[in-house]
Every structure is written in structure tokens, then in C-alpha cells.
Ligand binder design. Structure first.
Ligand code: AMP
Length: 208
């Protein structure tokens, strides 16, 4: 199973990816998680990425593409992978295709988790993330239900940044829906429903 997850920030890509990983043991490659870890570790990549992330803009392609290529070459990705938050624009999608071809791999599906922008704003404003394990919850979670870690609000989930992230999605990422439709691998699920209903559809769409 080699899959790309598409959808606006807050559509539920990470949640669906976590469920697929738990059930099928594939690698979860979330560029947002990898970049946040680099910022936390204050690595060279983290220092370069931080200002873009804080403002809700995309980190330069060459940084993100190098990160994803390294991750795709690791052992656990050979059993299958779910890319979450990558590609974010056409140039990243083209780079992904050639990186996979060079490794004799290809994508099985690009799965769009489709949610209206008005729903997204509400969801992102209420979203809280675990500082220890990255679990995504809501402001009702006082502690992380998975590891009891501290829940916090990501800087880029604050109202002033959310609209910019949605604009970036519309202008740069949404065109990928047509890109993957053109490649004949686009599948879509309605993401504006309870998590388990969406997951049931995801599995059906992926033939699992
Ligand atoms: P996410 O957790 O996927 O919402 O990503 C959080 C932030 O990380 C984004 O707003 C971007 O600044 C950066 N980011 C994540 N993935 C990418 C990507 N594929 N290309 C460029 N920037 C990215």
C-alpha cells in the first residue's frame, strides 16, 4: 500500500493515517511531524523551516523533498507508506514520481479527504496536539488520551494563521486533485463525518 493523502489542513488526514498505520503496519510519513521534530531539535533544517511554518507558508521544496526521499529509502517504508502532508504542490508531486520511479516503486492511490473550508476553520481552532507523541485531539482533551502527555495548541492553529494556511492550500495544493485524477489514481471520501465512518470509506476506497 503506497498512498498519498490529500486534503486541507484539519481535514483529518493525520487521524486516518494513524488508523491505517495501526491496522496495517505501514510507514506514516508526515512532513509536518518531521518538520516539527526538526524545529524542536533545533537542527539546521529546523532552523531553516521554522519561520515558514510559524506563518503557515510552505517550507521550500528542496528541503522537504530531501526529507521525504530519505524517509522513503528507510526499511520500514519498503512494506508500504502513507504520505501525509506531502506533496503540497505540483513540483513536489513531480519530484515524488521521479524519486519513486528511481526506487522501482509507484503510488497505488491518492486519497482526498474532502471537507468544506468552513468546517476546517472550526476544527483547526479547536485542535490540540500532544507535545510528546503528536496525537491530535481537541480542546476537550486535558491530557493526551494515548500517552498522558501535555496537549498544546500549535502556533499555526491560531486564528490569524488559519486563513493563510487555507489560502495556501487552495492556491498550491488543491491543484493536485486534478494532477492525480489525470494519473488515474484519485479516490475521494467525504471527511465531514465521524472518524470511524470516514475510516470505513477509506478502507473501501482503497480496497482493504
Ligand atoms: P501540517 O502538519 O501538514 O499541517 O504542516 C505544518 C507546516 O509544515 C505547514 O504549514 C508548512 O509550513 C510545513 N509543511 C508540511 N509539509 C510540507 C510540504 N510538503 N511542503 C512544504 N511545507 C510543508
Amino acid at each position: 500500500m503506497n498512498i498519498v493523502l490529500l486534503g486541507a489542513p484539519g481535514a483529518g488526514k493525520g487521524t486516518q493515517a494513524q488508523k491505517l498505520v495501526a491496522e496495517y503496519g505501514v510507514a506514516h510519513i508526515s512532513t509536518g511531524d518531521l518538520l516539527r521534530a526538526a524545529v524542536k531539535a533545533q537542527s539546521e533544517l529546523g532552523k531553516q523551516a521554522k519561520s515558514y511554518m510559524d506563518s503557515g507558508s510552505l517550507v521550500p521544496d528542496e528541503l522537504v523533498i530531501a526529507l521525504v526521499k530519505e524517509r522513503l529509502e528507510s526499511d520500514d517504508a519498503q512494506r508500504g507508506f502513507i504520505l501525509d502532508g506531502f506533496p503540497r504542490n505540483t513540483s513536489q508531486a513531480v519530484s515524488l514520481d521521479s524519486a519513486l520511479a528511481a526506487m522501482d516503486m509507484s503510488l497505488d492511490a491518492a486519497l482526498l479527504v474532502d471537507v468544506e473550508p468552513s468546517v476546517i476553520v472550526d476544527r483547526l481552532s479547536a485542535r490540540r496536539t500532544c507535545r510528546s507523541c503528536g496525537y491530535t485531539g481537541t480542546k476537550d482533551d486535558e491530557k493526551c488520551p494515548r500517552c498522558n502527555g501535555e496537549m498544546y495548541q500549535r502556533d499555526d492553529d491560531k486564528p490569524e494563521t488559519i486563513q493563510h494556511r487555507l489560502d495556501v492550500y487552495e492556491n498550491q495544493t488543491a491543484p493536485l486533485v486534478e494532477y492525480y485524477r489525470g494519473h488515474g489514481i484519485l479516490k475521494a471520501v467525504d471527511g465531514d463525518r465521524p472518524v470511524d465512518e470516514v475510516y470505513a470509506d477509506v478502507k473501501e476506497m482503497l480496497g482493504l
